[in-house]
Design a protein around this ligand. Structure first.
Ligand code: ZN
Length: 226
């Protein structure tokens, strides 16, 4: 199936420049090929992460769907408009994104979150998904760079934010941080995060899926050490 048939274009409203812009949305019927231990899902012939970040073609604002569709606080809009509406950033609309288009979208989204001092959990999600895009492209250097950023932001979120965030519980984040450090080859940190889950009877009772994943990763790490 051609890539284009897996997506469709809709119009959305940009809260920063107050114009309508085009967004590529992914159809839901995608075939899952593989799920990595840090939650990255690989699909057949298509990477939906390329389209997670929407970019306004008029002002260049970039963010995920929930940022665009929920109310952006006025103090954030003031900061964003001061930058975006004066700089005349033009990011042309593309229906079929390349790796470069997708990476630009994520990098812009991260930059705007930094400008407004956005939530660490959101910045973690952007950095993590950008790492996944580099993983699929086989770019290990950039993958590691963004995995490390994601781990930092997740750790900051654990300290400063209240959970759950959407479906994401704090234990799910502790697990992700462990999986990321393991991928980065930092066994010490991976072990310390994993042990927080494995030693907690409450996790085993309330979130058996997280507990099982933590235990699987723990035994993988031990097997590889031998
Ligand atoms: Zn806009």
């Amino acid at each position: 199936m051609a890539e284009i048939e897996k997506t469709f274009v809709v119009e959305k409203f940009c809260p920063v420049c107050e114009k309508n812009f085009r967004v590529v949305k992914t159809r839901s019927r995608l075939m899952v090929l593989q799920r990595d231990d840090d939650a990255c899902v690989h699909y057949e012939n298509f990477n939906p992460y390329f389209y997670t970040v929407w970019v306004c073609e008029h002002c260049g604002f970039a963010a995920d769907e929930s940022t665009f569709t929920k109310k952006i606080p006025d103090r954030h809009l003031t900061i964003l408009r001061a930058v975006l509406l004066t700089k005349n950033i033009k990011i042309p609309f593309v229906e079929e994104r390349t790796l470069e288009n997708a990476s630009t979208a994520f990098r812009l989204a991260l930059k705007y979150q930094e400008l407004i001092r956005g939530k660490a959990s959101k910045r973690a999600k952007y950095a993590h998904q950008l790492a996944w895009i580099y993983r699929e492209a086989g770019d290990k250097t950039q993958e590691a760079e963004f995995l490390a950023k994601a781990a930092d932001f997740y750790e900051e979120a654990l300290m400063r934010e209240s959970f759950p965030i959407g479906e994401l519980t704090d234990n799910a984040v502790v697990y992700l941080v462990a999986a990321i450090y393991n991928r980065l080859g930092d066994r010490k940190k991976a072990t310390s995060f994993l042990s927080r889950l494995i030693s907690d009877q409450g996790v085993r009772e309330r979130e058996p899926r997280i507990y099982d994943k933590a235990r699987d990763l723990w035994s993988d790490m031990r097997a590889r050490k031998k």
